[in-house]
Write a protein that binds this ligand. Structure first.
Ligand code: CMP
Length: 139
C-alpha cells in the first residue's frame, strides 16, 4: 500500500549543492516529496533525533556532523515507501553500497553518507512527527 517515510538530505550533500540530485534519485525510485524544508538542526534536535544511538562511539561525531550545515528534511510517499527509500539509499557505508544507489553515487563516508531514511513504519511516524506538523504535509 502507499505509505510514508522520512528522509534527511545530510550536510555533505547540501554543501555540494546536491539537494536536487538526491531528490531526483528519490523521485526516480517512485517516491513523491509531500513535505520538505531546509533547516539548520540545533544540537538538541540532533541529539534527540539520534537518541537511540547515544551510547555508540560515533554519537558525538554524528551530532557534530548533522549540525555542521543545512539539512533538508522530507516526507516521502509511495508504494512500500520505507523499503523503497532504503533500497535507493543503499548500504549505510558507501563502500558497501550497490552501484546506482544514492550512497554509492554521492556519499563521502559512513558518517557523511548523504541521506537518512526511516528503518520501519513505526519509526517513520515518529521521525515525521519530530520535524513536521500534519498541516505541513500535503499529499
Ligand atoms: P543514519 O541512517 O542517519 O543513522 C545513524 C547514522 O550514524 C548513520 O546514518 C551513519 O551516518 C552514522 N553511522 C553509523 N555507523 C557509523 C560509524 N561506524 N561511524 C560513524 N558514523 C556511523
Amino acid at each position: 500500500a502507499a505509505n510514508r517515510t522520512f528522509s534527511i538530505i545530510k550536510p555533505d550533500a547540501t554543501r555540494r549543492n546536491l539537494t536536487g540530485a538526491v531528490t531526483t534519485m528519490l523521485e526516480d525510485a517512485g517516491l513523491r516529496v509531500v513535505a520538505s524544508k531546509r533547516i539548520k538542526m540545533t544540537r538538541e534536535q540532533a541529539e534527540g533525533f539520534y537518541a537511540v544511538h547515544k551510547e555508540r562511539p560515533f554519537f558525538n561525531d554524528l551530532v557534530e556532523f548533522m549540525i555542521s550545515g543545512p539539512v533538508v528534511v522530507q516526507v516521502l510517499e509511495g508504494e512500500d515507501a520505507v523499503r523503497r527509500n532504503r533500497d535507493v539509499m543503499g548500504a549505510t557505508n558507501p563502500a558497501d553500497a550497490t552501484p546506482g544507489t544514492i550512497r554509492k553515487e554521492i556519499a563521502e563516508s559512513i558518517e557523511a553518507n548523504s541521506v537518512h531514511g526511516s528503518d520501519s513504519d513505526e519509526n517513520a511516524a515518529i521521525e515525521i512527527a519530530y520535524f513536521f506538523t500534519p498541516d505541513e504535509i500535503v499529499g
